[in-house]
Design a protein around this ligand. Structure first.
Ligand code: AKG
Ligand code: FE2
Length: 417
């Protein structure tokens, strides 16, 4: 439930004062209720021409006296306390106030908070979304409009020019034996400690399997665990990431995914970016994941599978996002799931590959690469730690679902600031 008082909005950035009106936005897109609600006062003796091409607006007068003229219909209606008008046909209109005129306005889609009228008297919807998803009734395959490798001039750092080209083409790079045996040993014993601790722990960061209480993932290990914090700052690893993303980076998310022998469950096909864009407000495709194998990965113990080249297409998925979707989706994803036709097309163009190797290998993969993994019915555990790095040029905005951002342990909004 949300309880708020006008006094909490006055004087903030959501209190917008213009020549003819003052508007206090009490409820906004980030509140995730599907509309915004503003307490607006038209200054006395003014006229404001408005045309909400992108919104439906309902206006309810609570104080003062004035009139509304519907421009194209040449009609004028009095406005006084108790009058409601609804611009459900995006009508161009003029609101004139005799006295100070106070109205409550409701907008759908919701405003984000700082809008003022443009030359047409409209509120813009901001930049058109390059990667719309979970809006349309039908899935669509869209072209990527962002680069995959952001700075091709750094060709001789941790990864060489040929590897950069390969990453650009396929969307991933497998670095076998990236970590030394001692590094692997330290990480693996810490991983086992995290697993034992997680078993009896009910923190939100610990995600359980869909059909049992077995630990599936532990989030924010780079924040909560010194060994994994050191890993997230690993010099050679972050140098490789910066080469690809062409800027400074920060950790957007970290998690350990445990896949014990016999019981470890699958992760259905997905693009991480689709979720990060819709649910976390990641604006562009300028992030990547490092999947670090802490057990040997084989073709038969549920390794990560990727569709090479799929990072060049964005699968726009169907279905609106339910409130607090993450509470279920991290156990089993149901929204933001790519459709079978798009997956078939991507796989027929790029094939499916499972890059596997010894513990200590690293898979770097683009945020929009289609990937997933099967259950582990082998006796051999498969545990990987995922570190997601985002460019500092690509910090999170408001979620494109219009809902509340997910918590910080899933999508860091503060890191590196
Ligand atoms: O651990 C896996 O096999 C897949 C995990 C994954 O794709 C993710 O955590 O986003
Ligand atoms: Fe993923």
């Amino acid at each position: 439930m949300i309880v708020r008082h006008l006094d909490e909005v006055k004087g903030t950035e959501h209190d917008v004062d213009t020549a003819t009106w003052v508007s206090r936005r009490l409820l906004l897109r980030r509140d995730g209720v599907g509309f915004s609600l503003h307490d607006t006062t038209m200054k006395p003796g003014t006229e404001t021409e408005m045309w909400y091409k992108n919104h439906v607006e309902a206006v309810y007068c609570i104080e003062g006296e004035g009139e509304i003229e519907v421009v194209d219909e040449n009609r004028t209606y009095p406005v006084k306390p108790g009058t409601l008008y609804v611009l459900d046909g995006h009508e161009k209109h003029k609101l004139r106030s005799k006295t100070s005129l106070r109205v409550v306005c409701v907008f759908n889609p919701p405003c984000s908070g700082k809008e003022v009228h443009d030359a047409d008297g409209a509120y813009s919807l901001g930049e058109p979304d390059a990667y719309p998803s979970r809006h349309a009734p039908e899935p669509r395959l869209l072209e990527r409009v962002d680069p995959v490798v952001y700075d091709k001039t750094i060709r001789q750092s941790v990864i060489d020019g040929g590897q950069l080209d390969e990453y650009e083409r396929t969307g991933y790079l497998f670095l076998d034996g990236f970590f030394s045996a001692e590094e692997v040993e330290e990480l693996r014993s810490e991983l086992q400690r995290v697993w034992r601790q997680a078993e009896g722990d009910d923190r939100a960061e610990i995600i359980r399997e869909p059909d049992s209480d077995a630990v599936r993932s532990v989030f924010a290990v780079h924040r909560d665990n010194a060994v994994f914090a050191k890993l997230a700052a690993h010099e050679r690893l972050t140098a490789a990431v910066k080469q690809i993303l062409g800027s400074e980076v920060y950790v957007h998310q970290s998690r350990i995914n445990f896949k014990p022998g016999f019981t470890g469950k699958d992760f259905y096909w997905h693009s991480d970016f689709e979720t990060w864009h819709v649910e976390d407000g990641m604006p562009r495709m300028r992030a990547l994941s490092c999947s670090i194998a802490l057990e040997d990965n084989y073709s038969f113990n549920g390794p990560l599978m990727v569709i090479p080249g799929s990072q060049r297409h964005f699968v726009s998925c169907v279905g609106a996002t339910p409130e607090n979707h993450y509470e279920e989706s991290l156990r089993k994803q149901q929204y933001g799931v790519p459709d079978p036709d798009s997956l078939t097309r991507l796989a027929s163009e790029g094939g499916i590959v499972a890059p596997v190797g010894k513990a200590g290998s690293v898979l770097l993969f683009d945020c929009n690469l289609m990937h997933g993994s099967s259950s582990n019915i082998s006796p051999y555990p498969r545990s990987n730690v995922f570190l997601v790095f985002n460019s500092v040029e690509n910090r999170l905005a408001e979620p494109f679902s219009g809902q509340k951002p997910r918590p910080d342990y899933i999508a860091s909004r503060k890191a590196g600031e």
